[in-house]
Design a protein around this ligand. Structure first.
Ligand code: ZN
Length: 216
């Protein structure tokens, strides 16, 4: 099974794809967010440093992220893995290319999820999360709406809209995504590693297409 670099705008369903591959196909999931959160828990000099930056909401630069990322990748390099949210820039992509070469990884595919921004907006702003059991719903899509407005089907808990799921936050994140990732798409296209998957279809169809790319 090929290693996977997943490039997708916010709310495009990256989380769903990652969980599916982890639970059903033995993939390891590497996200820089998780790496930083884990390091921040360490009782060490670097742990305190990273948790300090995170608490202050400061930008965490490549000088910190790249070595941590390498450490994580070395731990799981013999298994299939998904990179989520990395690389984000051409500098990081170049670093990754060199790192793959150094440790002998060539079997990977970069999948770009293509999805209409109007659909993304509904996915993002329609999302509701249960405050007790964390189940998620979407008020715009049949099959994902809660049976009773603002009440969790699973546990009866209250449903809330997270702060990150407002239209304004979504639009900002989407703009950042477009400006950051467009160069990456060209970068991996030039290497012959890029595949585009239409994500305007059902979850099952998206997963089928992703699996096809991983097996090609
Ligand atoms: Zn619940």
């Amino acid at each position: 099974m090929k290693n996977l670099i997943l490039i997708a705008p916010p709310a495009a369903g990256k989380g769903t794809i990652s969980s599916y591959l982890v639970e059903n196909m033995g993939y390891q999931h590497i996200s820089t967010g998780d790496i930083l959160r884990n390091v921040a828990k360490e009782d060490s000099e670097r742990g305190h440093f990273v948790s300090g930056l995170m608490k202050e909401g400061k930008f965490i630069g490549d000088d910190i992220i790249l070595p941590l990322f390498k450490e994580e990748l070395l731990k799981i390099k013999n298994q299939s893995f998904i990179l989520d949210g990395f690389p984000r820039t051409i500098v990081q992509a170049d670093y990754l290319t060199d790192l793959f070469q150094e440790i002998g990884i060539d079997d990977y595919v970069v999948i770009q999820l293509e999805i209409d921004s109007s659909l993304l907006l509904k996915r993002a702003t329609g999302r509701r999360v249960c405050t007790s059991c964390k189940a998620t719903y979407n008020v715009y899509f049949d099959g994902f709406k809660p049976k009773v407005e603002n009440v969790c089907d699973q546990c009866g808990g209250d449903l809330i809209q997270r702060e990150d799921d407002t239209e304004e936050t979504f639009k900002n994140r989407y703009e950042v995504y477009r400006s950051e990732t467009e160069p990456l798409i060209a970068y991996y296209e030039a290497k012959g590693k890029l595949k585009k998957v239409n994500a305007n279809v059902t979850e099952e169809e998206i997963l089928e297409n992703v699996k096809r790319c991983l097996n090609d």
